[in-house]
Design a protein around this ligand. Structure first.
Ligand code: HAM
Length: 419
């Protein structure tokens, strides 16, 4: 029986990886300009980190984690997200002592046992950014500016929407939650079964339920912004002022609450309305309580994560620049193949893209392969020509060919236009 891959965990094939690499390279370049350094944490952690960090009442912890007992001893989970692991590493390596504001980013796979559909996978990839150590609204604004620059300037995704909200902190969240719970309890018969469960465990999540009945109730329900304490309201006003100053367009979305429990104050998402149901390209916010929850001192922080699959699906479908690049060495005969291999070794060492056929195929089949590989030049080496110190150089773009001398051939090829 032919084995298949796992549903929701797609392969990335060679024709797709060039786009991924471009996204990753642009990301690294931008983050370095904003002063962020890369952190790489393991793909699994102790389960308790996610249970405490993300919160017991969340969908992720309740039903989406890949959890296993390692050797009958330690309870481990494949990371469903990167913020809790970064908070753990920040504490474990005493990073607070190095800089007052620690600015970290990561790229890599995450795992959630969700129902696979377009834009939703069980293994997916995130670009994550975390700024740990400051409660200043300027940090919120800079992090959001960075996210916007990434999506709009670097990836050039059109028509994006940035949605912004504040969901309060330890001081005002109990009031926000109680007001909402009271309102919803009086009307609970109209809630969907999931939201009836959320009413006790995590009432804020009712705000972003997609069921029409729940949405109808939410429209009139008390919103977090109406019950912010003075400090949270002032913080939010300052963040908005800075975003206006930086000319970052946003809309206030009073229903935005986010699916992880660690958020405080600012919460935001970037939506691509052109995608289907899974249209959130990125999400994030402040999480001033998380470091304490995972066992450290009270430490404010702010960050976001971008879903790379959804970014790739949003990239403008402009024809991939189809440039011809490098050289193909076509050979006829054993001596010519040896000479070709030596020549390619030298050209590749000098940085040129160079290919050849190693199976002694016919010239016709080699030329077909050269075309497929989209090379700019083809150097044809035959045993007989080789004996005369000559070869044929074909410019695949201009479709013309000349006879060339093999002395100084490396320098000659390196000097060609478009290699
Ligand atoms: P999140 O909203 O759960 O936040 O995920 C961020 C992004 O990851 C989403 O907007 C989406 O693009 C992508 N994503 C999530 N689940 C899937 C999936 N099953 N398939 C494909 N893409 C997916 C977090 O993970 C937080 N750790 C973000 C953060 C960082 N907050 C503060 N710092």
């Amino acid at each position: 029986m032919k084995l298949k891959g796992v549903r929701g965990a797609p392969d990335l094939l060679p024709q797709e990886t060039a786009r991924w690499q471009r996204v990753e390279t642009a990301t690294r370049f931008l983050l370095q300009r904003y002063g962020y350094a890369e952190i790489r944490t393991p793909v699994f952690e102790r389960t308790e980190l996610f249970v405490r960090g993300i919160g017991e009442g969340t969908d992720i912890v309740e039903k989406e984690m890949y959890t296993f007992i390692d050797q009958g001893e330690v309870n481990l989970t494949l990371r469903p997200e990167g913020t809790a692991p970064v908070a753990r590493a920040y504490l474990e390596h005493q990073m607070a002592a190095q800089f007052p504001l620690v600015k970290l980013y990561y790229l890599g796979p995450m795992f959630r046992r969700e129902r696979p559909q377009s834009g939703r996978y069980r293994q997916f990839h995130q670009i994550g950014v975390e700024a740990i150590g400051s409660d200043q609204p300027a940090v919120d604004a800079e992090v959001i500016d960075l996210l916007w620059a990434l999506m709009v300037e670097e990836f050039r995704i059109p028509d994006l929407q940035l949605r912004l909200n504040s969901i309060g902190d330890a001081a005002c969240r109990p009031t926000i939650r109680d007001r909402l719970r009271r309102y919803m309890t009086d009307r609970s018969s109209a809630l969907c079964p999931d939201c009836q469960g959320r009413l006790t465990r995590n009432p804020l999540r009712i705000m972003d339920c997609k069921q029409p009945g729940c949405q109808h109730l939410v429209a009139e329900a008390p919103k977090p912004l109406e019950s912010l304490c003075e400090a949270c309201a002032a913080h939010f006003t300052e963040v908005r002022g800075l975003l206006d100053h930086l000319k970052i367009p946003y809309t206030i979305d009073e229903r935005l609450v986010r699916g992880l429990e660690y958020y405080t104050k600012t919460a935001f998402e970037v939506i691509n309305p052109r995608l289907g149901a899974q249209n959130a390209l990125a999400g994030g916010g402040r999480y001033d309580g998380l470091i304490e929850v995972v066992g450290g001192p009270s430490t404010p922080a702010m960050g976001f994560a971008v879903g790379i699959e959804r970014v790739i699906a949003s990239l403008p479908s402009a024809e991939e620049e189809d440039v011809l690049r490098g050289i193909y060495v076509a050979t006829l005969g054993r001596e010519a193949q040896r000479a070709g291999m030596g020549l390619l070794q030298e050209l590749r060492r000098r940085g040129m893209r160079g290919l050849m056929n190693l199976e002694a195929r016919s010239l016709k089949s080699q030329m077909r392969q050269a075309n497929k590989e989209r090379v700019r030049y083809c150097l044809i080496l035959g045993d007989e020509e080789l004996g005369r110190g000559q070869a044929t150089l074909r410019d695949m773009m201009k479709a013309d060919q000349t006879s060339v001398e093999l002395v100084h051939i490396v320098e000659r090829l390196m000097g060609l236009e478009g290699v």
